[in-house]
Write a protein that binds this ligand. Sequence first.
Ligand code: SF4
Ligand code: SF4
Length: 518
Amino acid sequence: MMKIGANKKETLLNRLMRVPFLLSGIRMLSLAILLVMVYYSYNYRGINGVSVSDPLMYTNIATFLFWVLWLMVVVLSVLLFGRMWCTICPLGWLHGVFSMNCLKKDYPAGLKNNFLLIVFTFLVLFGAMSLNVHRFPDMTAKLILIFLIIVIILGSIFKKRVFCRYMCPIGGMLGLYSRTGPVELYVKDNNICGKCANTQCINGDTKWYKLTMKKAVLMYKTEKDGCPLGLVPNDLEDKSACDLCMNCFEVCPYKNLNVRYRKGMPDIAVNRPQVGNALFAVILMGLVSINFFKVFPKLRGGIMAPADYLIAVIGGFTAPAAELFKAIYGSVLLPLLFVGAISYVTLLITRANIMTVDISKESDIPKELAKVKKGAGAAPDKPGFAALFTAAAFSLIPLIFSAHIVLALVKLNTKLKYFPYIFMDPTGVKTYLSFNVFKNFEQPGVIIALAQLKWIITAVIAAGFAFSLIAAKKITDTTMQSSAKIGKKGFAVFAAAALIMAVLYLLTVYNWLFVMGM
Ligand code: SF4
Ligand code: SF4
């Protein structure tokens, strides 16, 4: 076997992840916690004699851990660990176990896109908002069970983790945010991969072990899957596609794969249009923003006014149908129109500049256009609508991420102090009664006072805007690489879009925290 990297010191993170059974132990522990959550919540909704409909929202182990702690911490974790949640995710791990040992069918080619991811994300968030799943332990337990059943069924039928790749809302969200994140998988030495005969990182590995006890000999095998997303670790251009599950890291016999910290959002600018990912980014922007504007009713009312008008004019909407219509309008149609308009304006600018290139002699023809003339391919400064739509959506990712961080910070700031109580009383019934009926304890308060929090939140949005500008610059440099003039105009359009969104977020923060005081 080739000897590699003997003199290269591994970082603490990599050394930790190579501790035998540590990662699998954490994954099993997280699955056990998920099952405990279901156990203590499946039969709990209200409390006899208490008129409040959702008393256990913050005191039950499932509603607290799922909606308050995990969902918020997972967003914040991208800042330090990229999408490393997927490294320890119990669903992904369980999916992998089933997909390695069951039918191993191919996933239909027609479904290898983001359609189901978008539908799934919308349904989960719409369900959470309209059915108030997040308020009730029994409904949260059912949602967890639905996810578990889906990954078991998909894992039993298909090879590879198709849920992670094509359906998981959290994976989709982490994939987008981690374009700005600081952690990536990398190959230590490409030559090693070039000479590798078995490519275990792609194909997986099977090892036989022999256990001898006196005369008894037990042979057993361990089987490890290769990349469960069907990626080739040595050839990963866009690292956000990798969910850092660490299969390749664990199975590579040469320890040639590592994770490392990185700077400069290298995955934000892509060479090819990624319409599916861009669509998902746009819808995520809609979902996060509509949630964000909830605390500024006048602004939200203004944004939603056309939907209310249409509902009144068309008539005949039941209450749930009206809610669904408003959700589709606010989270899908409106952000699509916004980003579509930005892309179209950029397209017009790009084309206008190309039409006005002044060519008086052959040598004036720009190099890239000359290539097109000879049929050598499209000029990179003539991106089509799909490329510009991807570019526009990706340039807004840091800003969307910052708005999501704010939502997470606010939630954790107001509710994190409930954390110790879920261990004392996992169902949350006694805790609720102690706080609200017997008044033995005081309700937990906030962690950071409003006076400081409002400035932290303002700074987070301002940072999101600044990073969106940096992203827009990187993206226009890549998408419109051969003309500085077009690149500058494209940047101006993307920057204006980021400014509009940042102003709306900041207006909301100002009204909510500086004027109304929460
Ligand atoms: S993609 Fe989703 S299910 Fe898969 S590991 Fe990540 S969070 Fe878990
Ligand atoms: S490239 Fe490696 S870490 Fe990334 S998804 Fe594939 S196996 Fe997991």
